[in-house]
Design a protein around this ligand. Structure first.
Ligand SMILES: C[S@@+](CC[C@H](N)C(=O)[O-])C[C@H]1O[C@@H](n2cnc3c(N)ncnc32)[C@H](O)[C@@H]1O
Length: 226
């Protein structure tokens, strides 16, 4: 089981999840290991035989998330994983659109919220791989500019609480409803956020609310204990 499925199954235990949505499923590496009764998966290009898995409780939508949000098939979800197109704009739109299908106890897991290097942070995947190859930098990590969603959440969604899980797997941000104490926007400008580059991350590091996996789940558990 990978770190995403492990974390989603931990969330499910905390909020007693019965319904799950995964935006961006690819080979199903995470989706298939998620232990939640009702699951929806969305991907324009699934890389596995969805027909052999689908049922009235496991549904697959071969389309972009934009199409999914707007075509009336979405329902209410207890856990939502956002791992589709790795750009800030798409990820922010997916998060905002998902509010329509969320409830007070919904928990989000947003993937790729911290890029590993300047190449991985490029929003254009083809350009990212091309530049990496040109300089012979090994590996193929690609997180895109999803990291900008952190200052965007911090500054524009004061009713979401969150923690970015660091280490023990890919950095991912856990988010849940709850007013953030002492809310104060930091950049307060969506254009500034959208123009950020990899090296600007250093200037806003505290906004990520980095936590170990255990600490992030402790915070989530405490929020749900009330
Ligand atoms: C990193 S993979 C997902 C991995 C998967 N969540 C897992 O944990 O195994 C990203 C996926 O997003 C899909 N994708 C790309 N653009 C998308 C969009 N606009 N809407 C939904 N999914 C998209 C890609 O086809 C790809 O399969």
């Amino acid at each position: 089981m990978n770190w995403s499925a492990r974390r989603i199954n931990k969330i499910a235990k905390i909020n007693n999840a019965q319904t799950y949505l995964e935006i961006g499923v690819r080979t199903g590496q995470t989706f298939l290991d998620v232990d939640i009764a009702f699951k929806d998966g969305v991907d324009p290009v699934f890389r596995f035989d969805t027909k052999s898995v689908e049922s009235d409780k496991v549904r697959f939508f071969t389309q972009t998330s934009d199409a999914f949000w707007t075509q009336g098939q979405a329902r209410s979800y207890d856990v939502i994983m956002i791992d589709g197109l790795h750009t800030f704009e798409q990820t922010f739109r997916d998060l905002l659109a998902s509010f329509q299908y969320a409830h007070r106890k919904t928990v989000w897991l947003i993937d790729d919220t911290l890029p590993s290097d300047v190449f991985s942070a490029m929003p254009d995947q083809t350009a990212s791989f091309r530049e990496r190859d040109k300089l012979k930098v090994p590996g193929r990590p690609w997180h895109g500019d999803v990291f900008k969603i952190i200052p965007a959440i911090h500054d524009f969604l004061p009713t979401l609480n969150y923690a970015t899980i660091f280490r023990s797997g890919n950095p991912q941000t856990l988010a849940w409803y709850g007013p953030r104490q002492n809310f104060k926007p930091r950049l307060n400008n969506l254009e500034t956020i959208s123009r950020m580059g990899f090296f600007d991350i250093q200037k806003v590091l505290p906004l990520f609310k980095f936590a170990s996996e255990d600490a992030a789940f402790e915070a989530l558990g405490a929020a749900f204990a009330d």
